[in-house]
Write a protein that binds this ligand. Structure first.
Ligand code: RAM
Length: 344
């Protein structure tokens, strides 16, 4: 009797194990995510930068014969991205490219995806190293932060009040750039620059507009607004233009040429920086297929072909994980903005 019970238990255990294997839930080599479908989850909808980045990703996936799924929640929150990622796990996509709304909060759901055999990596806004194979970084974090401080210094004439208008307070890309800016401001050269406030427009046009208006009210002597977000820089430039403050308060930061050409032309933003968001997404698409093909694991030294962009090698990231770097940021100013405004 006891033996029969034991045999039954053994049989049940074996049956359960078989079920797990056939569902592909058995680990990273499982077959649950064997499709050629690759997903990108952006921060939120309604951001032209995000649309360019997703467009580049889709082009790259298509030219490799795969299917791209492009998703973004209405609001730029981790909770909303978690719901989308749960759906993608159920769909058994081959890879998930996450543009993180939070560095740590996505870890449980991304771990679940990884355990289901899905290749997970971040792009543009990173998630923590435990949640990703690697990170596709648009440009060197330190170079961006230092460049923005130097621009604020130059546009303020070397002294005075400056403010930062960021995206959400949880956005890891903006937070990494702001951390470098704060560090850089400690250098003696920048001793006369006073960072009075870091405001958060949440990458929403209306909130970025009202945050800019609040900055102008609270700090009447403000000289420069640095917005390391394409949504924020465009909203701030429009407020400065509408209020007749061109030349009094300058705007700089990271902007999309198509949205910023009019403000570079009218002087609200003397100059700004960015990289090619289409290329960021496109590099992501080749990272996806290199990971799912098992060509790379995301380790330092892994190298792979990224179509028209050429070959890339994975390097150590500042946060202890790894990354692949697209290239240096580019400066947009009156002399070149018209060449770029129709490109992205
Ligand atoms: C916004 C987003 C994006 C960032 C750019 C600079 O569009 O926050 O993540 O990379 O700005």
């Amino acid at each position: 009797m006891r033996l029969a019970k034991k045999a039954l238990v053994l049989l049940l255990v074996l049956a359960a194990a078989l079920a797990v294997v056939s569902c592909g839930g058995g680990g990273s080599s499982g077959g649950g995510a064997a499709s050629n479908t690759h997903a990108m989850v952006f921060k939120n909808t309604g951001n032209p930068y995000g649309e360019r980045q997703m467009g580049g990703f889709e082009d790259g996936i298509k030219e490799q014969g795969g299917t791209a799924i492009l998703r973004a929640p209405d609001q730029p929150t981790a909770e909303a991205q978690i719901q989308i990622i749960e759906q993608l796990i159920a769909q058994k996509v081959a890879s998930i490219c996450i543009v993180g709304n939070d560095y740590d909060a996505l870890q449980p759901v991304l771990t679940k995806a990884i355990q289901a055999g899905i290749k997970v990596y971040s792009l543009d806004s990173s998630v923590n190293p435990a949640s990703r194979a690697t990170h596709v970084n648009q440009a060197d974090t330190i170079a961006i932060g230092e460049t923005l401080v130097e621009a604020a210094f130059d546009q303020a004439g070397g002294s005075g009040e400056i403010a930062i208008l960021s995206a959400t307070s949880q956005a890891s890309n903006q937070n990494a750039w702001i951390a470098v800016m704060q560090e850089t401001l400690k250098q003696p050269k920048y001793a006369n620059l006073d960072l009075v406030k870091i405001a958060y427009g949440d990458d929403l046009r209306d909130k970025s507009t009202s945050e800019t208006e609040a900055l102008l009210l609270s700090y009447p002597n403000l000289k420069v607004i640095v917005a390391p977000t394409t949504v924020g820089i465009a909203a701030a430039s429009k407020v400065i233009t509408d209020k007749g403050l061109i030349g009094t308060v300058k705007v700089t930061g990271l902007g999309l040429p198509s949205e910023m050409a009019e403000y570079i032309d009218n002087g609200a933003c003397p100059y700004m920086f960015l990289w090619n968001p289409i290329d960021v997404g496109y590099l992501g698409s080749y990272t996806a297929t290199a990971l799912t093909a098992g060509e790379i694991t995301g380790a330092v030294g892994d190298s792979y072909n990224a179509g028209r962009l050429g070959r890339y090698t994975i390097t150590q990231a500042g946060d202890g994980g790894t990354e692949v770097l697209l290239g240096p940021p580019f400066k947009f100013e009156p002399s070149n903005i018209n060449d770029w405004k129709n490109v992205y």
